[in-house]
Design a protein around this ligand. Structure first.
Ligand SMILES: [Zn+2]
Length: 328
């Protein structure tokens, strides 16, 4: 392909003097049909339309969108990886990005509380909005929540719209890809074929991932586990596991009371596995798990991480290994 282009470039170069001649002769009114054809081809280079500008809210939506668009659209992300989505506040830069975008894509289910005001402030009447949760039946609190800190106000676990963590179930992820694909085809019909091909190949990979999860986790039915973030009820439901309790731990250090609550929760639910999140390094948590003779493993909620669409599969396979060894 590359050498093909190089050859084409060479030919174009060698034509340049001819074109100059042809143009001159055109001015003097003595062109031949053959050479005027060359002039026409060179004079009208394929006009490149500007790429459709797509703004996504946070990492999982970005990964899925990028998988569907490939390089045919410009995809941006409002909540940069490493920034907490659950309590995110919109910024002037977000308003600016939406003001000039063609499409905005969100997770939905109440996750992006900042978004409606940000869109309002952007005053973009042409904006197409895609909600990736369309057609997905939400789960409402199925995981009992044990709070460690009394009186701390409830934020991300008050799910008025249902639990928003739908991207952590590979089967629901397929529906999200379909929603993105169909929305983009409406907004940018010129790239329909690209969106269809890319979506189909990502869906194929999601099918394979789902098979892997099924095959591995059917060996440990009803495995119960505890997390510190109510992010895995869809995944648990899909593969016949139980996310029985969510322990909200303070962002700072655990107090002795917190420790006691975690110990009690683990005992109460006779849990087999304790899952933290990557990057959450809590020495006390490690010592608690030693007391309880449980290993703390990590489950990645993918709310932060790498922006390559393949990262989804990498992180989910690591999650599967964690679950399999935790549930053994
Ligand atoms: Zn979350």
């Amino acid at each position: 392909m590359k050498s093909h282009r190089q050859i084409a470039a060479k030919i174009r170069k060698s034509f340049l003097p001819i074109i100059a001649l042809v143009m001159l002769s055109a001015i003097y009114g003595c062109t031949t049909t053959n050479s005027s054809k060359i002039v026409n081809e060179e004079a009208t280079p394929a006009q490149k339309l500007p790429k459709t500008k797509v703004v996504t809210t946070f990492l999982p939506v970005y990964l899925f969108t990028k998988a569907v668009t490939g390089d045919v659209a410009e995809v941006d992300i409002l909540v940069k990886p490493g920034t907490e989505i659950h309590e995110y506040q919109g910024t002037p830069a977000n308003v600016k990005a939406i003001a000039t975008a063609n499409v905005v894509i969100k997770n939905g289910l109440g996750l992006e509380e900042f978004l409606s005001d940000t869109i309002k402030n952007a005053r973009n009447s042409q904006l197409v909005e895609i909600d990736v949760s369309k057609g997905i039946e939400p789960i409402n609190k199925i995981s009992p929540i044990d709070k460690t800190v009394a009186g701390e106000h409830d934020h991300d676990h008050e799910h008025t719209f249902g639990n928003p963590h739908i991207w952590l179930d590979p089967v629901l992820a397929k529906q999200q890809i379909i929603n993105i694909r169909d929305g983009l085809i409406i907004a940018d019909p010129g790239n329909k074929a690209n969106y269809e091909t890319n979506a189909a190949s990502y869906i194929q990979k999601l099918d394979n991932l789902n098979n892997e999860f099924q095959q591995t986790l059917k060996k440990t039915p009803n495995c119960t586990f505890i997390t510190f973030h109510d992010a895995f009820p869809y995944l648990a439901k899909r593969y016949n596991l139980k996310q029985v309790a969510v322990v909200e731990i303070p962002e700072k250090q655990l107090s002795p009371t917190d420790v006691q609550k975690i110990v009690n929760t683990v005992k109460k639910y006779k849990t087999k596995a304790l899952f933290s999140e990557p990057g959450l390094d809590n020495k006390l948590l490690t010592s608690i798990s030693q007391d309880l003779q449980l290993t703390v493993r990590t489950l990645d909620s993918l709310e932060t991480g790498d922006t390559n669409p393949e990262y989804y599969f990498k992180a989910m396979k690591t999650n599967l290994e964690s679950l399999a060894s935790g549930c053994k």
